[in-house]
Design a protein around this ligand. Sequence first.
Ligand code: UD1
Ligand code: CA
Length: 485
Amino acid sequence: MSSSHSTQAKLAVVILAAGQGTRMKSQLPKMLHEVAGRPLLEHVINAAKALNPEKIVVVTGHGADQIEHHFANANVVFARQHEQLGTAHAFRMAQPVLEGFDGEIVVLYGDTPLMRAQTLRGALEFHRSKQAGMTVITSELENPKGYGRILRDANGEVVRIVEHKSATEAQKLIKEWNSGMYVFSSKAFTLALSIGNDNTAKEFYLTDILERYRQAGDKALAFKIKDAAELEGANDRLQLAQADTVLRNRIREHWMIEGVTLHDPNSIYIDDTVTLEPDVIIEPGVILKGLTTIGRDSIIGAYSVISDSILANNVTVKPHTVLENVTMHQGSDAGPFARLRGGAILERDVHVGNFVEIKNSRLEQGTKAGHLAYLGDARIGAESNIGAGTITANYDGINKHHTDIGRGVFIGSNSTIIAPRVIGDGAFVAGGSTISDDVPEGAIAIARGKQRNIEGWAEKYWRKALELVKPGKMKVIRVWLEGKD
Ligand code: UD1
Ligand code: CA
């Protein structure tokens, strides 16, 4: 079959993910534990997708409802394994879903987030070029404790995989171990049917398929890779942390190669879900999470935390800023110490300074909120100025209300705007006002106690009073009064 040598050959991937993962000691199914911002299983699904298979079947068991719900839109199909009777049994659960499929089948585990797509491609090419019946992906470890050992013959073909539990002392010295990842020819399901559980663990071992292939006259080969870590599962929190470290290193290297500057790279955490453009500069201690994208020439200041946000080109985020679900257009800047969240939108050239919190608000082009403000559920028109200490009082204890501020508006410092309120274009609000009525276009609103000055007050009240208090107290007024004598 010449087609079996081309990349167009039919392919399906079966991911075994029904195991319990007891060592996580968690309520959360093991496959949903995250490394570099994605669940373990998602990394494996992504590697599988890179092979362009016709179908990806995920075999679920423990935590199946949660896992299937999480990956409902991942373009994979599920097969349930109600009892965890072993890897061959798990594999067989995928058969009904692949009824009538005629092509190669790649088997993966759901808990190996470090497996690279390029390694899988390598295994597949190897399998095809050698015309093997099955290919097992292997690696070497000084002491592959717990893993199945690879027994080869003089030609290098694999004759058996022996589980650690069943291995003789001599076999235990073998360094080459079975990753549990395979490329199978299409007869795998038929061959797997005859696998029994006649072993010490009373489990159906998928490794037993190897002898079935050989009995059928097919070659069983091993594709041995250098980096054992790629094949290892994350079974407890320690291994989870180790996998996270490896993945985050890969992600940093990837973005640096793509033209992103990272200052002190190891201090920067970038989720696998983040997208960066060339000439982005990231300072130490930054954390980028979720579906965040950052455009060209943007600078992210030290110790900022950004999640699920879209930053255009030329955006500046100054140190210690926290952004969550935010859109920043070209030329806008925020921070230091700003907190933007819940759908905040900064249009072009908007400036947001220190200790400003913005929630679910749109600041239109060129608007400035330089210091100490809370803007919630508001629109602020273009080229407006929000004074220090301005607050949109958006919550009445039951409902949230909207504030609409027009373009070219000047809000004086320390004003409170009690929503719902409309402030017209070009209007002014005098500093310290509490705005409880709308302000018409072009008007100035002054809403504060009127100032009274009481002449001679200091002299009248303080000259006598100071005779009663200790010298040294109220020094300022004493000095002033003495100057008058
Ligand atoms: C298996 C291999 C062993 C190999 C090792 C690598 C067999 C018999 N042994 O060991 O040679 O070195 O993997 O890690 O295959 N799973 C199910 N349903 C089950 C059992 C397992 O879905 O009934 C899934 C688990 O979720 C996991 C994977 O299969 O993703 C491997 O299971 P695990 O029990 O860790 O592997 P072993 O059988 O110990
Ligand atoms: Ca097992």
